[in-house]
Design a protein around this ligand. Sequence first.
Ligand SMILES: *[C@@H]1O[C@H](CO)[C@@H](O)[C@H](O)[C@H]1NC(C)=O
Ligand SMILES: *[C@@H]1O[C@H](CO)[C@@H](O)[C@H](O)[C@H]1NC(C)=O
Ligand SMILES: *[C@@H]1O[C@H](CO)[C@@H](O)[C@H](O)[C@H]1NC(C)=O
Ligand SMILES: *[C@@H]1O[C@H](CO)[C@@H](O)[C@H](O)[C@H]1NC(C)=O
Ligand SMILES: *[C@@H]1O[C@H](CO)[C@@H](O)[C@H](O)[C@H]1NC(C)=O
Ligand SMILES: *[C@@H]1O[C@H](CO)[C@@H](O)[C@H](O)[C@H]1NC(C)=O
Ligand SMILES: *[C@@H]1O[C@H](CO)[C@@H](O)[C@H](O)[C@H]1NC(C)=O
Ligand SMILES: *[C@@H]1O[C@H](CO)[C@@H](O)[C@H](O)[C@H]1NC(C)=O
Ligand SMILES: *[C@@H]1O[C@H](CO)[C@@H](O)[C@H](O)[C@H]1NC(C)=O
Length: 441
Amino acid sequence: MILLHVFAALVVFRVSSAFGLDLNSSLGTIISQFLSPGLPLTPQVLQTFTQPISVDLIRNTDIIRNGSSLILNGERWTTSGANVYWLGLDENVIPPPGQPFYAPFNASYPTFGRITEIMNTLQIMGARAIRGHTLGISVGNPLSVMPELGVVNEEAFTTMDWAIYQARQHGLRIFAPLVDNYDYYHGGKYTFLRWAGFNLTGSDSTNPEVMQFYTNQTIIDDFKYYIKVILTRTNQFTGLTYAEDPTIFAYETGNELGGPVFGDMWVPVEWTEQIASYIKELAPNKLVIDGTYGVNTTHLSISTIDIFSDHFYPPNITKLENDISLVQSANKVYIAGEYDWTGNVPSAASLPEFFSSIEASPVVGGDLFWSLFMHDVPDCTIYVNHTDGETLQYGNPANTAQTNVQIIDIRQHLFAMKGQNVSTYLPAVSCPGYEAEYTYW
Ligand SMILES: *[C@@H]1O[C@H](CO)[C@@H](O)[C@H](O)[C@H]1NC(C)=O
Ligand SMILES: *[C@@H]1O[C@H](CO)[C@@H](O)[C@H](O)[C@H]1NC(C)=O
Ligand SMILES: *[C@@H]1O[C@H](CO)[C@@H](O)[C@H](O)[C@H]1NC(C)=O
Ligand SMILES: *[C@@H]1O[C@H](CO)[C@@H](O)[C@H](O)[C@H]1NC(C)=O
Ligand SMILES: *[C@@H]1O[C@H](CO)[C@@H](O)[C@H](O)[C@H]1NC(C)=O
Ligand SMILES: *[C@@H]1O[C@H](CO)[C@@H](O)[C@H](O)[C@H]1NC(C)=O
Ligand SMILES: *[C@@H]1O[C@H](CO)[C@@H](O)[C@H](O)[C@H]1NC(C)=O
Ligand SMILES: *[C@@H]1O[C@H](CO)[C@@H](O)[C@H](O)[C@H]1NC(C)=O
Ligand SMILES: *[C@@H]1O[C@H](CO)[C@@H](O)[C@H](O)[C@H]1NC(C)=O
């Protein structure tokens, strides 16, 4: 009942105070108690209250961790959905002439329409969350947030701002890694190493000097400066900093981090502690995910880490159960941050097997398939394809029957994670979607 009062009052409030927002007014006090501590009452935040109120209270509420559960508004919540790594900066579309483009990496900004279509698609698929690499990692090329050490390219924030705003509008949450273990187009640990004078590329992954990324305080401070630039960014569409906006519920210390041997989980405890504490210092309401590739038992006691994760190429129940028991012993949350959804590896667990283990464990706080692409909006006749063979294109008429069975399994699982049953029907997603009429790059 109180929610309806707030809603009615807000309509009046919006009319009477198009400009000044007085948190001291009785109304401001009422609204504020529903918001996360410290969340400013910007016009954009208030505007969301004019939409169905239950959704809007939820949008403005932080996800918290209680032991091994993620909680939203007193109820268990799970970060289930998709990896959409290209929302800030893409590498799969050659833009029209004159648009920002960095040819050596085929890097370009996705259109607003592409970003919005992803949000509509994830809604229809039953997802709650997105893992978005380029919403956190953006260093080392002219289209990056930080093309050179200490140089900030404001233009690169536009797609990130839009993706976060669109996720907010669609009731989805986001988390993002802040650095990559690899030397991809969006940058990563090698970018920071090169900035500090270590002449290393992805081909030097076994060189012991890669550990300097975690041990050299000059490099750690460079990385912390970059983290500060990201977390203090004020979103032009919401008026909230990334640190303030509950839409971004967590940051991950990195993607698939390790040392000189692939999968060695050699990420120093001290580094993880320092980075996790810094994230919480700048953004006290964020959860922090350990970005080590796999669960390193020496990290389980780090108090500022909320969530541990692993990736599944392919899905593997033994590995999943081993991880779960480790993380359960630490009373923390576990997520399957990436998994191959295709079913193309014969020795793999099937999706229904994998999903039933996930759904059965109270320690698993979610899972995200690798990876989602949709149309080349505004061209709704072409689906964008990535070259790793794991591109999921929901609703593509060219999908095989086998592909659609996998997609149906994923959709039923995503709804099951929300306690809902859906049939095998795959509803269509419109293209262009709502709000796709905004400016294109
Ligand atoms: C809000 O209330 C406090 C305490 O009553 C007062 O000191 C402050 O000036 C008020 N702020 C505004 C903007 O009215
Ligand atoms: C956290 O979980 C414990 C055990 O399930 C429960 O007793 C407690 O009320 C929860 N606390 C919050 C803040 O949800
Ligand atoms: C860029 O895209 C073109 C066309 O798809 C492709 O031929 C080329 O190899 C790509 N370049 C890079 C660096 O990926
Ligand atoms: C750390 O990196 C800095 C900057 O490149 C370099 O001057 C310094 O020698 C490095 N420290 C160690 C212990 O290698
Ligand atoms: C960096 O390493 C590459 C390959 O080993 C070498 O060709 C290049 O000269 C080096 N650059 C510098 C500045 O040392
Ligand atoms: C885990 O982290 C510790 C501390 O950095 C490191 O010594 C160890 O090599 C890592 N890997 C494993 C498998 O424990
Ligand atoms: C599954 O994971 C276990 C434990 O990590 C490993 O021993 C096994 O080889 C994996 N199975 C497959 C088919 O990859
Ligand atoms: C998408 O890319 C994959 C991997 O490169 C390729 O096998 C597949 O044929 C491509 N699909 C289309 C429709 O181009
Ligand atoms: C979903 O369907 C299954 C099997 O029909 C049933 O056991 C279960 O209770 C249903 N769950 C919900 C949330 O409706």
